[in-house]
Design a protein around this ligand. Sequence first.
Ligand SMILES: Cc1ncc(COP(=O)(O)O)c(C=O)c1O
Length: 392
Amino acid sequence: MTTMPASSRRPRVEVVIDLDAIRHNVGILAGRAAASGATTMVVVKADGYGHGAIDVAEAALQAGASALGVCSVEEALALRHGGIDAPVLAWLRAPGEDLAAGIAAAVELGVYSTGQLDTVAAAAAATGITARVHLKVDTGLNRGGAGPDQWPALVRAAVATCGIEVVAIWSHLAHADDPGHPIIEQQVRYFDEAYQVARDAGLRPLRHLANSAATLTRPDLHYDLVRPGIAVYGLSPVPGVSYHLLPAMSLRSQVAMTKRVPAGEGVSYGHVWHTDRETTLALVPAGYADGVPRVLTGRLDVWLAGRRRPVVGRVCMDQVMVDCGDDAITPGAEVIFFGSGDGGAPTAAEWADKLGTIHYEIVAGMARPRVTRTVHGRRPIGAGFTGTLVTR
Ligand SMILES: Cc1ncc(COP(=O)(O)O)c(C=O)c1O
């Protein structure tokens, strides 16, 4: 019997998550927030931007975060079922959500309108538990939230409605990745005015506004709490600036076989690429069904045996071919499609640039049924942990 090399027992394709990188990044972000007297809510929506919400939540809480932010009650309940008891804000309301289950599980709720407030109050009454809400003011993103015309009515209704506790008011920036953009100042002015309306109505809510970009570039906008997402995952929120963040996700495979091919041969479907010399081609068993975009045919490099090498010919559903020249490449050799970028290896940001999108979409889209997720750096969360949203 031939013994398989240990490396070939690795998954065919894997998304590898480095929780130590998450801890490192949260340490940077929470440190910046703490310097302004703010706490940190780490955003773990969309299964932690594709990194695994529960793993990321645990690592983030260990590294200095005190709360978690998600989109839906469903995502918040998944954290609770995963054993996370830190404060969780579910900020986007959608029809048909099980608000009562969220309130019973101490999930805090974003509220954008008096209609939503009524729905939350009804769910609170049904459970007999006061709902903790974060009122959203739309300061200019023109997405969700109460605009200037509706804000005073929302505040008055929140004060007057039984079973509602207003924890915070919050908003979201349209141009945070461009720290000097004048719209930011306009949004901040509206936000401060909205806060004054809340205070005049007798509320003393916390305030939160900053995403990753504002957390890193605008300490004056930290208020009581920051809400970083993308930077937690080690991806820069401001193009071209690193902030010493460490990318936490890499997409990896391994060489399945190699072959020498003479000059002048067409490679892969349609023969859109031909060898211009005799060369060694490595077959890597990862393709577009594994998240390697077919549209990157002819524009993709991988990191293999210590250097970048071009993927040649069409990206197929299950495999790609890599041109290795005259180098000796052994089956089982690791192949990195994107990752930390160390040594000049490809990154998710590079893929995003080539695809005309943002790195958020690359990592959040990597959860696929046949791609294994391998997590490094798990540490059990300390018994008795109690997170708190309120610092004062
Ligand atoms: C309301 C809200 N806050 C914070 C974030 C985190 O933003 P970022 O990933 O840019 O830090 C998001 C992400 O889209 C969001 O929707």
